[in-house]
Write a protein that binds this ligand. Structure first.
Ligand code: 13P
Ligand code: SF4
Length: 310
């Protein structure tokens, strides 16, 4: 089927099945353009918790679809390609969290949303790149086991007086590790008027060169609000496409054209169509862990919702 036909079929299926399509900022443009909602991990979790639809198709990686499934036990959540698995999420098995808790009995456990449900079930609370320092500071404990991204842990440590213990020691995202400080420095020299926005999954040396360190949706807010006309963007290139599309008067320069998350790009229009047509692939979470994992996510939503209201 041609892309235009696929689009039309998807729109028909969406209506016929009372489905909502939620897409992450890194998704292919053609999927973003069909989505009811596009956002970062926090936006997708929040939106999925209140969406009025029987079926949710989540175009993102596995942990995002699991989060939507956990928050919607009465709805069916589909992922177009179940092989869209974030490698960072696989870096922190539940066993490692349990062992760390035994070694640090007084520490709270704050896990990045980029984890599997089995690890989330061992956490006190979840955080995303948009709210990590806020979540850590909302806890009573002075010591915090934090994982799996050591760069996000570094980012949080610079913004809190609490002791952050990275878990594991070297968790990271292979896409955000690609950005080199020398490349950003060169771009800054070439475009001295540009604002530099990078994701907290980037290495500390890259973060130190940035004007703002933001989640993907925070980049969008900053680009809209900033008086700057030019931006250097240190995150996956799907975000650069959205920034360009929604800010036609401004220029967005990717810090690295090849920063592509292969797992995010597994979803295609054809797979979205097949997923809606055949009601596949249904995302499920084992009932043994679902209750605890959901409680850790809901605690995050409660803390960050409270902060927005204050
Ligand atoms: P955001 O929540 O900032 O969109 O980040 C998700 C992610 O996987 C970044 O690599
Ligand atoms: Fe996972 Fe990195 Fe891809 Fe984000 S960009 S989904 S952290 S591999």
């Amino acid at each position: 089927m041609r892309q235009e036909e696929l689009r039309e079929e998807i729109l028909k299926l969406k209506e016929g099945r009372n489905a909502a399509i939620l897409a992450h900022n890194y998704q292919r443009t053609e999927i973003q353009l069909l989505a009811d909602y596009i956002g970062d991990s926090l936006d997708l979790a929040r939106y999925s918790a209140k969406v009025d639809a029987e079926l949710i198709l989540l175009a993102g990686v596995n942990f995002m679809a699991e989060t939507a499934a956990l928050l919607n036990p009465d709805k069916t959540v589909l992922i177009p390609d179940p092989a869209a698995e974030c490698p960072m999420a696989a870096q922190l098995p539940a066993r490692v969290v349990r062992e760390a808790r035994e070694k640090h009995p007084d520490a709270a456990v704050v896990l990045y949303v980029n984890t599997l449900a089995e690890a989330k079930a061992e956490a006190d609370v979840i955080c995303t790149s948009a709210n990590a320092p806020l979540i850590v500071d909302a806890l009573d404990e002075e010591e915090v086991l934090f994982g799996p991204d050591k760069n996000l842990a570094w980012f949080v440590q610079r913004r809190t007086d609490k002791a952050i213990i990275p878990l594991p020691e070297d968790g990271c995202c292979y896409v955000h590790r690609m950005f080199a400080p020398a490349d950003i420095a060169l771009l800054k020299e070439k475009y001295p008027d540009a604002e530099v926005l990078v994701h907290p999954e980037c290495d500390p040396e890259v973060q130190q060169l940035a004007d703002h360190i933001c989640s993907t949706s925070q980049m969008l807010l900053r680009a809209r609000a900033s008086p700057a006309k030019r931006f250097i963007i240190g995150t996956e290139v799907g975000m650069v496409e959205r920034l360009r599309r929604e800010n036609p008067g401004k220029e967005f320069i990717p810090a690295l054209e090849t920063a592509i998350c292969q797992q995010m790009k597994k979803h295609t229009l054809e797979k979205v169509y097949l997923s809606l047509r055949d009601r596949k692939h249904v995302v499920t979470v084992s009932p043994n862990i679902a209750g605890r994992a959901r409680a850790a996510i809901e605690r995050m939503l409660e803390i960050s919702g409270r902060a927005t209201r204050d």
